[in-house]
Write a protein that binds this ligand. Structure first.
Ligand code: NAD
Length: 512
């Protein structure tokens, strides 16, 4: 159900095509995340003549008031049976910039069409850790960028009582700051990609040449809290990706999908891990097949389902896709996020969203012993966040062919947890920190000592210049953690989610 509202711009419009669309609707899927919701839609009489809702744009620095009557609001909330779930804020700034990009757009036959126009890249999940750094990097490199994000991650933090080590600005302030510093515009669409109506509007409005899909629930522990978070994770991730595939098929069939997968899809087999495919000879016959997947959480399983759905649609519909099986990302600064404090990226250190090396640096900074789970022989691929943005750009600049499902293992080095603890201990000593390590009972179900050798040559072949983990990077990460150590809530450091104790009942994460 839609409700027309009076939307007034408080400042004079800078462009003739200025207007905003708001539309928030109830979302039964997110019942445990959202307590209330409502629907707001600009009436057609507010629209500039001759333009569809998707064509109308607003200048970001303008603010606006929305008037609604309580009775309308109540009526809308009580009629929750039609569970539509979008929250669209289409807030697009000023005319698009005209930087020349070397990257091709595609014609209807899939060949490059107009190389003088920069590629248009939609970054889904662009308010998150990897997505924010990537959106800025691509914008800086001359791509036309739009961020699509439901902001659900900020909501999950609030609900679990967690916070980034670094203070992060609202997405609106981030984008205003970026515009003020660089003159570059990043468009913003706030909404849930599980809502196909929202996604369709977004696709038709922005017309992407490439979609980078970071927009998923990305924590294995979060997916193992309880039944409702497990269900949320799989619905959010699998349906979101399915919708993106359908949107490409319906509206932008030459659009290249760059999807963030994870090295965790492969598990820890006792043989080398290949990049996506393995050639097997069995009973005298040989075939090249998808590499076996052995995911070890409901989150990792959602990624496996995604990969299968993408591979299938590449075959069936001729979609061009790159699955980036990313390792664990560390670090916080990139060239762009360092330009201003309002552009600062998030850094998670807690037991739910924090990842190994980032967590260890924060633990060392506050004098908490490094928390090695079990024997600490768990080995994974890692990469610097500066390489995440580089890899994504390389994938976009060298797109997969129509119908090709390309898989890259996106990491630069392998470490065991014990090796990371030793590196942080050594770097901490240089800074005068007394770093201790403890072994805590492993909350996960995983091998604690195992063979691990994963291939990762394809991105190097495309030109990746890795930032390997160095003393100077550890120094800088530790100093960063020391700078913000007063923001650390030490109660959030220990693991609080157990793979074996997962149950049906909702758990409160930070009651104490
Ligand atoms: N951070 C890592 O170490 C790491 C490692 C391997 C893979 N990855 C993958 O990279 C991607 C990004 O990870 P991150 O660390 O930046 O996570 P993040 O939680 O910081 O960011 C994810 C963003 O996606 C948004 N989002 C989630 N569901 C959405 C939906 N349905 N519609 C619209 N927006 C939605 C969130 O609001 C958030 O801003 C994830 O897919 C993750 O699985 C991350």
């Amino acid at each position: 159900m839609m409700l027309s509202l009076d939307v007034r711009l408080q400042r004079p419009l800078l462009l003739s095509r200025c207007i905003c669309i708001f539309w928030l609707e109830s979302n039964s899927k997110m019942a445990h995340l959202l307590s209330t919701s409502f629907s707001v839609k600009i009436s057609s009489s507010n629209r500039p003549r001759g333009q569809t809702l998707n064509q109308v744009r607003a200048v970001l620095p303008n603010s606006f008031t929305i008037k609604t009557s309580k009775s309308h609001f109540k009526r809308l909330v009580s009629k929750g049976d039609r569970a539509r779930k979008s929250c669209v804020v289409l807030a697009t700034a000023v005319p698009v910039s005209k930087e020349v990009s070397a990257n091709p757009r595609y014609g209807s036959d899939g060949s490059p069409s107009d190389s003088s126009k920069p590629q248009r890249v939609m970054v889904i999940g662009g308010d998150g850790y990897c997505g924010w750094a990537t959106a800025l990097h691509l914008s800086n490199k001359g791509y036309e960028v739009a961020i699509v994000d439901s902001l659900v991650r900020r909501l999950m933090d609030h609900q679990l009582g967690l916070d980034s080590l670094t203070p992060i600005s609202s997405i609106h302030n981030r984008l205003r700051c970026w515009k003020a510093i660089t003159g570059k515009t990043i468009e913003l669409y706030i909404g849930d990609v599980c809502d196909f109506e929202f996604l369709s509007d977004t696709f038709n409005s922005f017309e992407p040449d490439a979609v980078v899909h970071f927009g998923e629930q990305r924590s294995a522990p979060y997916s193992m809290i309880d039944r409702s978070r497990a269900v949320f994770t799989q619905k959010n991730n699998v349906i979101g990706t399915l919708n993106v595939l359908f949107a490409i098929k319906e509206f932008r069939e030459q659009c290249h999908l760059v999807k963030l997968g994870t090295m965790g899809e492969y598990g820890t087999p006792n043989i080398d891990i290949e990049e996506g495919y393995i050639t097997i000879t069995h009973n005298g016959r040989t075939d090249t097949l998808p590499y076996p997947k052995q995911a070890s959480s409901f989150y990792h399983l959602s990624k496996v389902h995604d990969s299968n759905n993408i591979a299938f649609t590449c075959k069936a519909w001729g979609i061009r896709a790159t699955d980036l099986n990313q390792g664990v990302v560390y670090g916080v600064k990139t060239d762009e996020t360092s330009m201003h404090e309002q552009l600062c990226n998030r850094l998670d250190y807690d037991g739910v969203f924090g990842t190994a090396l980032n967590r260890f640096c924060v633990q060392a900074a506050v004098g908490h012993p490094l928390t090695v789970y079990g024997k600490g022989g768990q080995t994974r691929g890692y990469l610097d966040i500066r390489d995440t943005v580089q890899c994504v750009e390389l994938a976009i600049a060298n797109p997969a062919n129509p119908g090709e499902f390309r898989v890259f293992n996106q990491f630069t080095e392998q470490f065991s947890v014990n090796e990371l603890a030793a590196l942080v201990t050594k770097a901490g000593k240089k800074l005068g920190l007394d770093v201790q390590t403890i072994s805590v009972p492993n909350p996960r179900v995983e091998a604690e000592e195992h063979y691990y050798n994963a291939k990762h040559t394809k991105l190097i072949e495309l030109g990746l210049k890795p930032h390997l983990l160095s003393d100077s990077l550890l120094d800088s990460l530790l100093n960063f953690a020391i700078e913000f150590k007063d923001r650390v809530d030490t109660k959030q450091i220990m693991p609080s989610v157990s793979w074996k104790k997962i149950g049906v009942k909702p758990q409160t994460m930070s009651a104490n």
